[in-house]
Design a binder for this molecule. Structure first.
Ligand SMILES: Cc1ncc(COP(=O)(O)O)c(C=O)c1O
Length: 428
């Protein structure tokens, strides 16, 4: 597992920090994020995508893990940010993120959110429907401004991933279908509007993809669209946002590829198609979320109850679960874990790790081999850096965990743990 070494104490070390000591210092459940691993990924994007391919840009899909500190880290490495709600936009602006590097997504942005986007001067609003297009045009005109927009399109490509994280297929709540009658209404309308400036197109085929074929098929479809809109409307595509979706290793069953496996092939395909259709190369943008932060995060839990049902299974209860990581319940996501205080011990006992929520479905990991677990042990679950902290809830009035950032043996609190008073703070 990236960033892991065993310490002298049989304790699992993460970015130079003893995870058992972190659990003791900050309590559990605890999200631990490795700044080293995050920055390595941000720099890999720079080295293998931005510097290798001219006229490109990359944004971090902040829905995967958004904190003020993360926004600042992304800004410091020169990338942009994808936000998907007024809340994410507000937080990014409060973190001092340059708003002209923000792409604002969402399939049903509210009027309030669109006003905020115009007021902050976001780089691109990624328009998903006619309602939003008309509202944005009116808001921008009211302020004497012109909002730059992309259209999110549905390339009609099925990706090989869980259907809840597949987004590029025709039957999707996201994006504009490419049926010429539908797309004509959007493009004709946008080109006639004074409050918006259409600069190009966006697609996102799905998440946790381990092969590049869906991205390549989508590029084939969208470059054809670029050719057709040039022929029909004289519109030249300046921005082509190719989305995110690059997969990571959750368990040994996943074999993630380096970023360049995707991006080199994608760029070659964009170049080839544009050449074939006589189109100028647009600025190509990628939008990874999970790939940047997924493997950079672990979650530490304390093991409490251990319940053996003879001949059936052994449930190992931890002090978190569905509220800090809803992905197993949502998508049947699989995770790997170890007993952090005996990380070199034999993984000889197959158990099921159960969360503490009042839901039968609150199972974090079914049938995992661990080193004989005992009450009081610290369990480290890997690859929880994406869509855990950002998806956390207070179900059963369970306070959300703290986030600790670690870097080469140093740790610092990035987000404090919620208190029980926080849980009732909004109640009148
Ligand atoms: C529009 C858009 N872009 C980027 C992403 C990031 O996906 P991933 O975290 O798989 O890279 C998502 C994920 O839902 C998305 O909807």
């Amino acid at each position: 597992m990236a960033g892991a070494q065993s310490g002298t104490d049989r304790h699992f070390m993460f970015d130079g920090c003893d995870t058992v000591a972190l659990a003791k210092k900050y309590g559990t459940p605890l999200y631990v994020m490795s700044e080293t691993l995050i920055r390595e990924r941000l720099r890999e994007i720079r080295d293998t995508f931005l510097e290798r391919h001219p006229w490109t840009f990359a944004v971090f899909a902040s829905k995967a893990f958004q904190t003020l500190e993360m926004c600042r880290m992304v800004a410091s490495e020169g990338l942009g940010l994808d936000v998907v709600s007024g809340g994410e936009l507000y937080a990014a602006a409060r973190a001092g993120f340059p708003c002209d590097r923000i792409f604002f997504h969402g399939n049903n942005k509210t009027i309030e959110e669109l006003r905020l986007a115009v007021e902050y001067g976001v780089g691109r609003v990624v328009v998903d429907n006619l309602y939003e297009l008309e509202a944005l045009n009116a808001i921008a005109l009211e302020r004497g401004m012109r909002a730059k927009i992309l259209f999110r399109v549905t390339p009609g490509v099925d990706s090989h991933t869980h259907r809840f994280i597949s987004t590029g297929q025709l039957d999707s709540k996201f994006g504009i279908p490419l049926d010429p009658r539908v797309r004509g209404r959007y493009i004709g309308a946008a080109l006639a509007m004074k409050g918006v400036e259409l600069t190009g197109f966006h697609f996102h085929v799905g998440s946790q993809l381990l092969e590049n074929d869906s991205h390549l098929k989508a590029i084939e479809v969208v470059t054809r669209l670029m050719r057709d809109v040039k022929a029909d409307y004289g519109f030249e595509t300046k921005d082509l946002n190719l989305g995110g979706g690059f997969g990571v290793r959750y368990t040994d069953a996943d074999e993630p590829k380096p970023l360049a496996y995707f991006t080199d092939a994608m760029m070659a395909e964009v170049r080839r198609r544009c050449g074939e259709y006589g189109l100028p190369m647009p600025r190509a943008i990628i939008e990874p979320g999970r790939w940047i932060v997924g493997e950079a995060g672990i979650t530490l839990y304390t093991i409490g109850s251990i319940k053996e049902i003879p001949g059936v299974r052994t449930y190992v209860g931890v002090d978190g679960g569905l509220p800090d990581n809803p992905r197993p319940a949502l998508y049947g996501a699989r995770y790997d874990a170890i007993v952090a205080n005996r990380c070199d011990g034999p993984r000889s006992r197959v158990v099921t790790v159960a969360g503490k929520c009042c839901e039968t479905g609150d199972i974090l990991i079914r049938d995992i081999a661990l080193c004989e677990p005992e009450s009081g042990d610290i369990l480290a679950v890997f690859t929880t850096g994406a869509y855990n902290h950002s998806m956390a809830s207070n179900y059963n009035r369970i306070p959300r965990p703290a986030v600790v950032m670690v870097r080469e043996g140093r740790d610092r609190l990035s987000v404090r743990r919620e208190t029980w008073d926080d849980l009732i703070a909004r109640e009148i």
